[in-house]
Design a protein around this ligand. Sequence first.
Ligand code: GCU
Length: 329
Amino acid sequence: MLLNKPLKMLTVAALVGSSLSFSTFALATTEIKAAFNQSDKHPQYEALKEFGEKLTKETEGRYKLTIYPNELLGDQRAALELVQNGAIQMAVVANPLVENYDKTFRMIGMPYVYSGPEHQEKVFTSGVLNDLFKSTQRYGFEVLTAYTAGARSMYTKDAPTETISDMKGKKIRVMQSDTMIKMLSCMGGTGVPMSQGEVYTAVQQGVLDGAENNEITYADLKQYEVAPYFTETRHLMVPDLVVISSYFINSMSKEDQATIRRLAKESTPNEFKLWNAQIERAKALVIAKGATFTEVDTKPFQDNCKPLQNALAETPAQQTLLKKIAALQ
Ligand code: GCU
């Protein structure tokens, strides 16, 4: 069990009668360990850090957040399991990982479901996802809020992939879920599920022809070195989810639970701002390193993926959620 509760010792001078005596009281500060799979320069890291600082302040030092970046606590799948069994308290995981527990999460991570960042921010902050986010408590974790991870595009080793036929036969890494494999088929290629940490080497060794991700991850993880052709398909805006262990949140006082839930929600608009501020920097950096960006007509890709959207909305509840998302455009 990695969970620990360091004690902050507070020495207090207590005045007893006319003599000065010192007594030592223990004031408990609970450490919240949060797993993060990217670097400490990433906008989500910054947003989480600010969230943690506010939490410490508002709980008068009862909680302190420590973020472990760069998959130090394992890849997202492992991190989610650690959160579930209470070994760590929080993690940021991509939506497809949670979708493996509850298929309704597919509705918020399907190809071309958002018209752009403004639409996505409205969906994340409007409250339409509140019930969905609470529903995972039965699996031992709760989704506190969603963060944007921008729009994902294809990038490849040998040439841009401008059309569905350019994608034919291309082996492209996808995140680990069935929807992501299907998504890659509707884009015209073959999806290979894999954790993020393995992508660079797999492309380098020719196991993959490329991958798909946002510009910030592409730059941060130096994937432009092995796949320099970035084609702006913008096929997905998959949310990242900030999850907390049910075991842990239930151990907090009702008041502290309300504080952590509120502060997490409030950190989302901030994360969108931090994200937007880093996009251009990431693009400029990879262009300077020799990567090329190719704009494409996304309409044929959208049309090809439309049947998948409809097929994934299987239940009335899922269809209702999809309609609510569309209504926020
Ligand atoms: C994005 C996303 C991560 C995810 C990664 C991936 O960078 O923000 O949460 O892990 O894509 O493709 O695995």
